[in-house]
Design a protein around this ligand. Structure first.
Ligand SMILES: Nc1ncnc2c1ncn2[C@@H]1O[C@H](COP(=O)(O)OP(=O)(O)OP(=O)(O)O)[C@@H](O)[C@H]1O
Length: 285
C-alpha cells in the first residue's frame, strides 16, 4: 500500500462532445476526508462514479484501495461504502429489516441497531422505506452504505434535503467514521459542510481541478484582506486591510473606547469558492 486510498492521474471522460472530466489528478490519503466542490455539471459525479467502478473512463490511471476500479471484483467492492439512492425494490421493507439484511452481506458489519440510532432513524425503525421523508430516506441510504464497515466511503451530496438538525447529526456520524480510521470522499454543494468535515477541499470546474487545499487556506484565503466595518457620523464605514488588528486598535484609540458597530469580516470559504469558479458558476443550458 502507498498510504493512498485514492490515486487518480490524468482522468478523462467525454460524453459525445462534452468533456465531463478533462484531466483530473486527485490523491486521497488513507484516513483523510476530502470534499470535492464544483458547480452543477463540473464533473464530480462522473469522477466519483468512475472511482466506484460504475462508469468507464476514456483515459487516466486510477487506483482505489490499490485496485483499478475497471477490474475491481466483489472483494474490492465490499471494502467500499457507496451511498446509493434507495430504489423502489428496497422501499417495501422496514428500516430495521433493510439494515439487518444488508449487514448479512459483510464479514464484519456494524451493529445494525447501533447504526439505526447513529443515523437518527430509531423513531422510524419499524416504518417502511416508502413511508420515510426525503431526508429520512437519505439517512437510510447512508446507513446501508456504511453498515459493512468500509475502509473508504463515497458520499455524493449526502445531506441534500436534510433539515439543519439532521445535517448536524450526520456530521457527527462522519466524525465517528473518521475516528474509526475510515477514509471519506465527499461531494457537496454546502460550503459549510465542506468546511466542517474536510481536511482538504478540491474545487472542480469544467472537468478540471482549479484549486485544492485545506478549507482555511484555500485560494490563499488566510492571506486575503479583511474588511473592518464600523459606524461613524451616522453612516456605515469600512476599510479593507491586511492588518485588521492594527486597524481596530487605531479606531479604538480614535474613539477613545468602544467603536460603534465594529465588525471584522474575513472572506468565507463561499467567497473564495465563488471567486474560483467565476461568474459562470451557473448550470449550463
Ligand atoms: N450519462 C451522460 N450522458 C451524457 N452527458 C452526461 C452524462 N452524465 C453526465 N453528463 C454531462 O457531463 C457533465 C458533467 O456531469 P456530472 O454529473 O459529472 O457533473 P456534477 O459535477 O456531478 O454535477 P451536479 O453538481 O449537478 O451533480 C455535464 O455537462 C453533464 O451534462
Amino acid at each position: 500500500m502507498t498510504g493512498l486510498a485514492v490515486e487518480v492521474a490524468g482522468l478523462r471522460r467525454s460524453y459525445g462532445e462534452t468533456r465531463a472530466v478533462d484531466g483530473v489528478d486527485l490523491a486521497v490519503a488513507a484516513g483523510e476526508c476530502v470534499a470535492v466542490l464544483g458547480p452543477n455539471g463540473a464533473g464530480k459525479t462522473t469522477t466519483v462514479e468512475i472511482l466506484e467502478g460504475f462508469r468507464r473512463r476514456d483515459a487516466g490511471d486510477v487506483r482505489v484501495l490499490g485496485v483499478d476500479p475497471a477490474s475491481g471484483g466483489r472483494d474490492w467492492r465490499s471494502r467500499l461504502g457507496i451511498v446509493l439512492q434507495s430504489d423502489d425494490e428496497r422501499l417495501d421493507a422496514t428500516v430495521t429489516e433493510l439494515v439487518h439484511h444488508f449487514a448479512r452481506y459483510y464479514a464484519d458489519p456494524r451493529d445494525p441497531e447501533e447504526l439505526i440510532d447513529a443515523v437518527g432513524l430509531r423513531a422510524k425503525a419499524g416504518a417502511r422505506g416508502r413511508a420515510l421523508s426525503g431526508g429520512q430516506r437519505r439517512r437510510l441510504d447512508v446507513a446501508l452504505g456504511i453498515v459493512g464497515r468500509p475502509e473508504l466511503v463515497f458520499l455524493d451530496e449526502p445531506t441534500t434535503g436534510f433539515d439543519p438538525e439532521a445535517r448536524r447529526a450526520f456530521w457527527d456520524l462522519v466524525d465517528g467514521l473518521r475516528a474509526d480510521g475510515t477514509t471519506v470522499l465527499l461531494t457537496t454543494h454546502y460550503l459549510e459542510e465542506a468546511e466542517r468535515l474536510a481536511d482538504r477541499v478540491v474545487v472542480v470546474d469544467h472537468g478540471r481541478v482549479v484549486a485544492e487545499g485545506p478549507p482555511a487556506t484555500l485560494g490563499g484565503r488566510a492571506a486575503r484582506r479583511a474588511v473592518v466595518h464600523w459606524d461613524e457620523d451616522g453612516a456605515p464605514r469600512q476599510e479593507r486591510t491586511e492588518t485588521p488588528t492594527a486597524a481596530v486598535a487605531a479606531l479604538a484609540a480614535r474613539f477613545g473606547g468602544e467603536v460603534p458597530g465594529l465588525r471584522v469580516q474575513r472572506p468565507t470559504l463561499e467567497d473564495v469558492y465563488l471567486g474560483l469558479v467565476g461568474a459562470d458558476a451557473q448550470e449550463e443550458p
